[in-house]
Design a protein around this ligand. Structure first.
Ligand SMILES: [Fe+2]
Ligand SMILES: [Fe+2]
Length: 363
């Protein structure tokens, strides 16, 4: 292979090899490819005494790091990372410098990254786009899930609203029951999604009252035993309205509608279930429902002071109420009081509050 051929071959190489001399300049090893001459024209006329760092602030900095690498006779290569140089025509070229030691010599390689760099840039760009797209998709899923959730809530609340327009219970009571139940569920260690579900599901506990005749539902005095038997049916009517759905929120609402008058000792209705045979959601709602009914007045009864209500409820511990949930209720009583303060209305019917129906969360 003659010298011309060798020079031609070097023109196609994308790496320049140089030796670092003691005075800080460089000596070119082998032939010099044309692309390198664009940036360091002095390399055309001489091969020694080149001061590359004078033309490139980036290389100047790299040579400072490289010097300690060379002096320390570091193993492997010290790489500069990609840097961009501009030729006199304004074209940009991506390069990378490496320092290495070879046979006691300090060697500097300068590599033209060319298409390899463009390819790598394209790969990185693609990876970045993929990450951004995945983030976008995740956000979109969250946004749509939240929207579906709001719709479920709205449908549930409109259903409650339909019942409440006939019932003596107030909108404030409905809100409080949801919030008490959510607080109890959280304190019992429920998952956030389920605790959120019970807030809405609990509001539907008496939805079956829609099927109870007005003369019983609106009766001011005490119900006769025959009327009470009919009133009890609101649990099963509610369950019928809510059953068969594959929406977890409505499945829970059905459990609650059917089970919120069951009692821990089996003396409740409609099925006389005992203990844990009663769904936990219904056991939770039972406590909040009784507490709220006792401490608030109704058209047919005055409110009890909380201390008296707690005495009454304590008698029901282990009979009416699940002892574990009752203990939890006593522990988070301050939260119940805060909820009562925030939603203290007793007179306002939910249907009068319709514009705020979606504001069913604690502020
Ligand atoms: Fe009920
Ligand atoms: Fe209630």
């Amino acid at each position: 292979m003659n010298e011309r051929m060798l020079a031609d071959l070097f023109n196609h190489l994308e790496t320049v090899v140089m030796e670092r001399l003691d005075d800080g300049s460089f000596r070119l090893v082998g032939c010099v490819p044309n692309w390198f001459k664009r940036f360091y024209p002095e390399a055309v006329s001489r091969k020694e005494g080149l001061r590359l760092q004078d033309n490139s602030p980036f290389l100047e900095n790299f040579c400072i790091d490289a010097e300690s690498f060379w002096v320390g006779k570091g193993a492997g290569r010290l790489k500069s990372g990609t840097f961009i140089e501009m030729d006199p025509l304004g074209d940009e070229y991506a390069m990378e410098a490496s320092a290495l030691c070879s046979r006691e010599k300090k060697i500097l390689l300068i590599e033209l990254l060319g298409t390899a760099y463009e390819d790598r840039k394209a790969v990185l760009q693609k990876a970045r786009e993929n990450v951004l797209f995945r983030e976008y998709l995740e956000e979109e899923v969250c946004r749509r899930t939240a929207k579906i959730r709001l719709r479920e809530e709205e449908i549930a609340l409109r259903l409650v609203w339909a019942t409440e327009s006939r019932d003596k219970d107030t909108g404030a009571h409905i809100r409080r029951i949801g919030l008490y139940s959510e607080a109890l569920a959280k304190a019992l260690g429920w998952e956030p999604q389920q605790a959120d579900d019970i807030r809405i599901a609990a509001s539907m506990h008496d939805i079956g009252k829609i099927g109870i005749p007005d003369k019983i539902l609106s009766k001011a005095g005490k119900l006769t035993s025959e009327e009470f038997e009919i009133m009890k049916k609101h649990t099963e009517i509610g369950a019928k309205i809510l059953e068969g759905s594959d929406i977890p929120l409505l499945q829970m609402a059905k459990e609650i509608a059917l089970g919120h008058h069951e009692k821990w000792d089996g003396s409740g209705y409609p099925r006389g279930l005992t203990g844990k045979a009663i769904p936990e959601s219904a056991r939770i709602v039972a406590i909040g429902d009784v507490y709220d009914a006792l401490v608030h007045s109704r058209i047919y009864k005055p409110a009890k002071p909380e201390a008296n209500a707690l005495v009454t409820m304590t008698h029901g511990n282990g009979k009416h109420f699940d002892p574990k949930i009752f203990e939890c209720f006593l522990r988070i009583l301050p939260t119940f009081r805060i909820i009562r303060q925030e939603f203290h209305g007793t007179e306002t019917m939910l249907y009068l509050e319709r514009p705020q129906m979606t504001l069913f969360r604690r502020p």
